[in-house]
Design a binder for this molecule. Structure first.
Ligand SMILES: Nc1ncnc2c1ncn2[C@@H]1O[C@H](COP(=O)(O)OP(=O)(O)OP(=O)(O)O)[C@@H](O)[C@H]1O
Ligand SMILES: [Mg+2]
Length: 519
């Protein structure tokens, strides 16, 4: 123990010596002393920061993610150099915290484990989802009955070393209420300037967290408290293309599921066609979790057959997929859907990565009212109103009578109705659906669009381009309309996706109409 802790412990021990074991206080002090003696004050896993080895291990565990791996290696290199320097200096300071942001199942947690493996350090994971009480992070004061240290100190004690790779999952779902703000406590744990003296209410003495490598993960950036976000270096995981998924499944997931289901010793193959069939027709996601589940499902069914003494084929072919998984879940791609009046295809950015959504507009006799449904957030509602005003103001260009909306009520709906949606980026798609409804001309369904719209019909830059384009590709869209100012974001998009999709970059709503409205 460090000197100050030892003094504290000895003081408590003296108090204990004077107490009758039957005294309630006795148990409390005893437990407290157990905590103090159990903490890994000095115990650490030897540091092993061979950069080439780390790079090799990251490649061994994960397909692709080139940029992310590079960024991690840089980070490890900096850590290594700083450690050397630190030996000569008095002051100790941790490095910045990495924060992995991306849709579910893209490998955030599993690459964290991989980092721990590549450093030869222990791995620890705590979920912050739904944590609302500061005491969960920082513990209760000892005067409380049943007081305990917070999750951070508890986990460090359990793992028994003071330098694990510590992953804090779901940092974007941290709450706050009357019991205090857990993000403030977290800030203290994560801030390299002060976490060498992290104070837990229960422990009372500071614990040095500066050797811990913290990694946080979350699905979206917006809900992370700004002060926390400021302390972290954000790395975005945008989601995988179909090809990437295919390679991940072929090289990693299939073997993993065979082993997990007791088939590791059997050389059962899955054909390329079968994998593509599963990816295209049984899953629709940014990550690979659903895909992994489907493969697990197949393995389980084969395991059962073997256990029942039946024979199975040595290969899973495209035709076998339906036998194992039932009928296709996604039988038609969007491109195969019919063009309709009053429906446009928008591209959205949600917690689950990119997604496509349909904007529906219905007109009915009424008094020019606008009705909005589909659990739209404030920003999206305003964006819909702006779109409506824009379309109304363009009556001449659209060859509509001056008061065309007077005797009509307009209803805009965005399925799926149970999922809340927000943001301004559907402006262009809403305008398009309105124009289609008023002019009674169908829109082309396979044209996906995204962009904020101004009252004058200008199309403004939006975020999440890569996620949206990947979603469009997944759904089989052939054409994507993006704001002109987003042209720079195309650089990040894989070549094979760019080959499949025709892009239009627009700055005015008129240009959108030209592409998306059927003649
Ligand atoms: N590039 C990849 N190479 C190999 N396997 C991968 C890759 N990406 C993801 N996986 C596998 O996909 C599964 C899901 O990944 P993981 O649990 O890390 O997702 P996550 O990003 O943490 O999601 P969540 O946000 O839901 O926590 C894991 O089994 C992981 O090993
Ligand atoms: Mg995870």
């Amino acid at each position: 123990m460090p000197g100050a802790v030892l003094t504290k412990a000895q003081k408590e021990l003296k108090r204990l010596a004077f107490l009758n074991p039957a005294h309630p206080e006795f148990g409390y002090i005893r437990t407290y002393l157990d905590w103090l003696t159990d903490m890994p004050w000095q115990t650490a896993t030897p540091n092993d920061t061979s950069i080439t080895k780390a790079a090799k291990i990251l490649d061994e565990d994960h397909y692709g993610l080139k940029k992310i791996k590079e960024r991690i290696i840089e980070y490890l290199a900096v850590m290594k150099l700083r450690e050397k320097e630190k030996k000569n200096k008095e002051e100790e300071k941790g490095t910045t915290i990495l924060c992995f942001i991306g849709p579910p199942g893209v490998g955030k947690t599993s690459i964290g484990k991989s980092i721990a493996r590549s450093l030869g350090r222990k791995f620890l994971r705590v979920s912050l989802g739904g944590v609302r009480d500061e005491a969960e992070i920082r513990g209760h004061r000892r005067t409380y009955v049943g007081a305990m240290p917070g999750r951070i100190i508890q986990s460090i004690k359990n793992i028994g070393v003071n330098n694990p790779v510590f992953m804090l999952d779901e940092i974007d779902k941290l709450g706050a209420d009357f019991r205090g703000d857990p993000s403030a406590a977290l800030l203290e744990a994560l801030d390299p300037e002060q976490n060498n003296e992290f104070s837990d209410h229960y422990l009372e003495v500071p614990f040095d967290l500066s050797k811990v490598m913290f990694i946080t993960t979350g699905n979206i950036l917006d809900t992370i408290p700004p002060a926390l976000r400021d302390r972290m270096e954000v790395i975005q995981f945008p989601g995988y293309t179909e090809d990437e998924k295919f390679h991940i499944a072929q090289q990693f997931l299939w073997k993993k599921e065979l082993t997990a289901n007791g088939l590791g010793k059997k050389p059962i193959q899955v054909t390329d066609g079968a994998l593509r069939e599963i990816i295209q027709r049984y899953t629709r996601e940014a990550g690979v979790r659903e895909l992994e589940r489907m493969l697990a499902n197949i393995c389980r069914k084969m395991a059962r057959k073997i256990a029942e003494g039946k024979k199975i084929k040595k290969e899973v072919s495209k035709e076998d997929v339906a036998k194992y998984l039932g009928p296709r879940k996604y039988s038609e791609t969007l491109a195969e859907k019919k063009d309709e009046i009053g429906i446009s295809t928008g591209l959205a950015y949600t917690q689950a990565g990119g997604d496509i959504l349909f904007i529906e507009v219905a007109l009915m006799p009424g008094k020019g009212n606008l009705l909005l449904t589909g659990k739209l957030g404030k920003v999206m509602q305003e964006s819909a109103k702006a779109a409506f005003s824009y379309v109304r103001s363009r009556w001449q260009e659209l060859k509509l009578p001056k008061d065309f909306y007077k005797d009509l009520d307009v209803h805009i709906h965005v399925p799926e109705g149970a999922i809340s949606k927000d943001g301004p980026s559907a402006g262009a798609a809403i305008s398009m659906a309105l124009i289609s409804a008023f002019t009674q001309k169908p829109t082309r369904r396979e044209v996906g669009m995204t962009g904020e719209i101004t009252l004058r019909g200008r199309i403004l830059e939006i975020g999440g381009v890569k996620e949206k384009v990947l979603a469009a590709h997944r759904a089989g869209l052939k054409t994507v309309i993006l704001p002109k100012d987003n042209k720079k974001d195309l650089e990040e998009i894989p070549q094979n996706v760019k080959r499949d999709i025709k892009f239009y970059f627009v700055s005015q709503m008129d240009e959108v109409v030209k592409v998306a409205l059927k003649k």
